[in-house]
Design a binder for this molecule. Structure first.
Ligand code: ATP
Ligand code: MG
Length: 236
């Protein structure tokens, strides 16, 4: 469904990611893990068209999307849940969700979509008229995911959904992601930790210093120690 070929992104003269090759299949949950500064967010931003790749191509369902602007990429079915949620703090929950509906540019999208998405996030229904900035971190994370879902994505990119949240809240977020996986949504999930990989991941990619240092289907991982080694740079 998504292929990256030799993708590189530079900030000024410095490459944040380089020579990234990867392929993700429809209906799978794909983790991208790595330490601070490895280039994980940059990778998602490059796929989503929020930063421009200097080299390489990104192909979504056979269509070259590198070079398109982010609005067009959303309309093609690829939606980003950014690091730090990025909800519009001074707009209400309802207004934030409305933005998702509009961004998807889907004909006929409306009340039905909203009801379906809210069924995953009952707390948002009870906070519907509240300013998004007054929500808790976990509620904002739910709002950010809900907003992305309202664009009717076939591929959702989720950047550190557990960032700054209490473990129980993280469990709740991952329960929602597991349900979305069961509904067939394809996901690329960025995390700093590898703790959730085994539970709901189909593949795991380790990014170190802007490059893929490890890729494996979770079904092929016999010893999770090798993943940890790759993460900490102890392989080879
Ligand atoms: N806007 C920017 N301008 C200049 N350099 C940047 C910018 N954004 C990121 N970088 C640099 O690019 C590299 C990759 O950053 P990125 O945010 O993609 O890493 P990350 O893996 O998401 O890290 P974290 O786990 O801390 O979120 C880092 O060295 C970072 O300092
Ligand atoms: Mg990041």
């Amino acid at each position: 469904m998504l292929t990256l070929e030799n993708v590189a992104v530079f900030y000024g003269q410095v490459p944040a990611i380089h020579d990234v090759n990867a392929a993700f299949e429809a209906g799978t949950v794909n983790f991208v893990v790595g330490p601070n500064g490895a280039g994980k967010s940059t990778l998602l931003l490059a796929i989503a068209g929020a930063v421009r790749a200097r080299n390489g191509v990104v192909i979504l369902d056979g269509k070259h999307i590198s070079g398109l602007n982010s609005e067009d990429i959303v309309a093609l079915g690829c939606s980003l849940v950014p690091e730090g949620r990025q909800v519009f703090a001074r707009l209400t929950v309802a207004e934030n969700l409305q933005i998702g509906l509009i961004a998807g540019r889907t004909k006929g999208a409306g009340r039905g979509d909203l009801e379906q998405v809210l069924s995953h996030f009952p707390i948002l229904r009870s906070r519907y008229r509240q300013l998004a900035g007054t929500l808790s971190g976990g509620e904002q994370q739910q709002l950010s995911i809900a907003r992305a879902l309202l664009t009717r994505p076939k591929l959702m990119l989720i950047d550190e959904p557990s960032l700054g949240l209490a473990p129980l809240v993280v469990d709740g977020v991952y329960e929602v992601l597991a349900r979305l996986r069961d509904e067939g949504l394809t996901m690329i999930v960025v995390e700093q930790q590898t703790t959730r990989v085994k539970k709901i991941g189909d593949t795991v990619t380790v990014l170190r210093d802007g490059n893929v240092s490890f890729f494996r289907s979770t079904s092929e991982i016999v010893d999770y120690g090798e993943l940890e080694k790759a993460y900490f740079g102890f392989n080879n």
